[in-house]
Write a protein that binds this ligand. Structure first.
Ligand SMILES: NC(=O)c1ccc[n+]([C@@H]2O[C@H](COP(=O)([O-])OP(=O)(O)OC[C@H]3O[C@@H](n4cnc5c(N)ncnc54)[C@H](O)[C@@H]3O)[C@@H](O)[C@H]2O)c1
Length: 343
């Protein structure tokens, strides 16, 4: 399985009978610091799916932290199945005890299917947890706001690369997904003078964006082929795939969604089509930057400053890709792997 091929440091299977906890902690790499990555709770179709998800997500966290210059490695916890609600406290406390036994090798936080209350239970057993009540990342608002700000800066860096100027005047950005990040991104873009084309599966969010930003709303199946300068995926992963690639009518793909490329080869295909891709784990690092600031005791103002580094990080990766004539997706991975391999 990938675990050997990808050089994961540790894969832990946890079982606690009194609480019913069945979980996996994957620690991908701790070279640059403790493995940081949230705890996901999901009804996986199989145990193998859960392992695969934990490994994939943990590796993604290593790359995101490393390229963002954060002193953390990558890890992830996944809890299998939505358990009996009444067992929640026991379950998360059991997980907290396992995390404590790792003595700081792994730090957890919120992810899909887990909440601040769950993190508070973990906190009763260990300090190696973020997103607890009162913390910077607790409500998710700051995390989403910083992610949106980072994506906005990343789009500016991408415009500069493609058009030689980062102005939004006469530029059209198509935003797919008007949730916590996408909506705030629209606010930044509108303020900078961009024309907005938007879509969301939720019609009320589309209507709100039309009202607030004068955006042109499209049906969810239309947004991929909107004529625009920037296509900004802020909804689902895997959106750049065999079906969507031939339909793109943009010069840049730059958005918040995780794992935008369905497969690695789609990064090469974007490159061949002359579409600049802002690698997702660089441009959407605002959230992990907030977590990192929370862990080292910094405040929101400091986090904001740190997020501004995304512009430079992306520009460096674009330069590297340009020098080597390789896709930006590959350049991001290569640069990250060099950082991880450095003595
Ligand atoms: N919130 C963060 O801090 C953060 C950080 C990094 C990455 N991300 C990623 O960014 C993306 C957006 O995050 P979010 O927090 O805004 O999520 P969200 O759940 O608040 O918003 C997602 C929005 O996308 C819409 N949507 C779903 N499917 C769609 C489709 N097919 N077409 C158009 N719209 C669709 C939903 O209706 C929703 O409004 C996710 O992929 C997430 O993993 C988020």
């Amino acid at each position: 399985m990938e675990v050997w091929k990808e050089h994961f440091e540790q894969l832990i299977f946890l079982q606690d009978q009194p609480s019913g906890l069945k979980a996996i902690i994957a620690i991908h790499n701790t070279k640059l610091g403790a493995a940081l990555g949230g705890c996901r709770m999901w009804h996986y179709a199989s145990e193998e799916d859960a392992v695969r998800d934990a490994l994939r997500l943990a590796k993604g966290m290593t790359y995101k932290s490393a390229i963002s210059g954060l002193p953390y490695g990558g890890g992830k916890a996944v809890i299998l199945g939505p358990p009996d609600q009444r067992k929640h406290e026991l379950l998360f406390r059991a997980l907290g005890r396992y995390i404590e036994s790792l003595q700081g090798r792994y730090i957890t936080g919120m992810d899909l299917g887990t909440s601040v209350a769950d993190m508070d239970w973990i906190r009763l057993e260990t300090t190696y947890v973020t997103d607890t009540t009162g913390s910077l990342g607790a409500t998710g608002d700051l995390t989403a706001a910083m992610t949106a700000y980072g994506v906005y800066l990343g789009i500016r860096a991408s415009l500069k690369r493609v058009f030689g100027t980062e102005t939004f005047i006469h530029r059209t950005v198509a935003v797919q997904g008007l949730g916590k990040v996408g909506y705030q991104l629209c606010r930044y873009l509108k303020r900078s003078g961009a024309k907005l084309v938007v879509s969301d599966v939720n019609p009320s969010r589309r209507n709100q964006a039309v009202k607030d930003f004068g955006a042109h709303a499209l049906r969810p199946d239309e947004i991929v082929e909107a004529a625009c300068d920037v296509f900004s995926p802020c909804a689902l992963g895997g959106i750049i795939n065999d079906l969507t690639l031939p339909r793109l009518r943009c010069r840049i793909v730059a958005g918040a969604a995780n794992n935008q490329l369905a497969e690695k080869r789609h990064g090469h295909q974007l490159h061949k089509l002359g579409i600049l891709y802002a690698p997702d784990y660089i441009i959407n690092a605002g959230g992990i930057i907030v977590t990192s600031c929370e862990l080292n005791g910094s405040d929101a103002a400091f986090a904001n400053k740190q997020v501004e580094n995304i512009y430079r990080t992306l520009t460096n990766v674009f330069d590297y890709a340009g020098r080597k004539r390789i896709p930006t997706s590959e350049a991001a991975d290569e640069r990250t792997e060099q950082l991880l391999a450095a003595p």
